[in-house]
Design a protein around this ligand. Sequence first.
Ligand SMILES: Nc1ncnc2c1ncn2[C@@H]1O[C@H](COP(=O)(O)OP(=O)(O)OP(=O)(O)O)[C@@H](O)[C@H]1O
Ligand SMILES: [Mg+2]
Length: 338
Amino acid sequence: MANASIIEVKNLTKTFNKFTAVDDISFDVKKGEIFGLLGPNGAGKSTILRMLSTLARPTKGTATIGGYDIVKADTEVRTLIGIVSEKMIMYNRLTAKENLWFFGSLFNIPKDVLTKRVDELLELVQLTQWKNAQVGTFSTGMRQRMNVVRALLNMPQVLFLDEPTLGLDPQSSVEIREFIRKLNRENGATVVITTHMMVDADLLCDRIAIIDHGKIVALDTSANLKKMISGADTTIIKLDIPNLSSVLVEKLRALKCADAVTQENSTSLKILVHGDEAFDSVIDAIRVNGGKISSMENLQPSLEDVFLHITGHQVRDSADQKIPMAHRHFGEAPRRVR
Ligand SMILES: Nc1ncnc2c1ncn2[C@@H]1O[C@H](COP(=O)(O)OP(=O)(O)OP(=O)(O)O)[C@@H](O)[C@H]1O
Ligand SMILES: [Mg+2]
């Protein structure tokens, strides 16, 4: 069935004492989809994934995977899913093949089937030539591929990946993304991935749920999310001002038409503006305060802009200003105390 939902989440909630980590969320994931949960640290992404993969119990609400309830039919759910999280154990002294045999035996897969599958999976992630090498000698990227293979041993229909590119260099991240795409295309696996990396969500996911403080604040395709803020009324302008001062930045932040003013470096600013008069107001404010504009451009909105627009958070801190936009992390979100 095309477009049928394989995951249905209704009012899912998780509280830790008085703290609500996941707050009454509902969404569906379609069969064959790559679905992303995007949000800052502490937003509740891993907790959602842990509940869906039966590792944590919901406080309230329900979810089904392939029609099976994640609490009442957790055993059935487990046969349908694979999970990759950062905390996965691999035995350093065992070879790639031995590790996979070991974990495969936990699924009660017959030996001959398992042997064949391990070979195929190692081939899939291009680790065949390393199959007899100890995992302790592997790079972070290779270990992450091993984690993914391990989650695939039971041929899951749904694969949950918690921050699959965390800590990987750009090249390994590209490889992991390509591999996830391949799995999705060739094995028809539905993929749910959590990330706080814009680039993962943007390049990989068919649809993205933006999570903030345990709630879904937006859910759509990347293109549609961006359209939300590139309408007739809202634009992003980038300005280079050689004599930029903190006073000027503050003046601009005080403007009614400026939804967000982000300083890119010592001379450049990005401003999310709304309203017909916005452009003129910004230019006037810069001139009045003695600022000189050396260049100006209209930017296509990024997912980060979408997040900023929806939540009003300042999502970046100054520490990662030198990192190219696409590779930036969200800044630490304030933890909500209730
Ligand atoms: N076992 C727990 N006990 C108490 N609080 C918890 C527990 N697990 C998670 N939390 C809290 O719930 C909130 C959501 O955590 P979660 O790990 O789901 O966030 P996340 O979006 O995955 O963040 P990150 O990007 O850092 O991985 C955080 O404030 C966290 O401190
Ligand atoms: Mg997490």
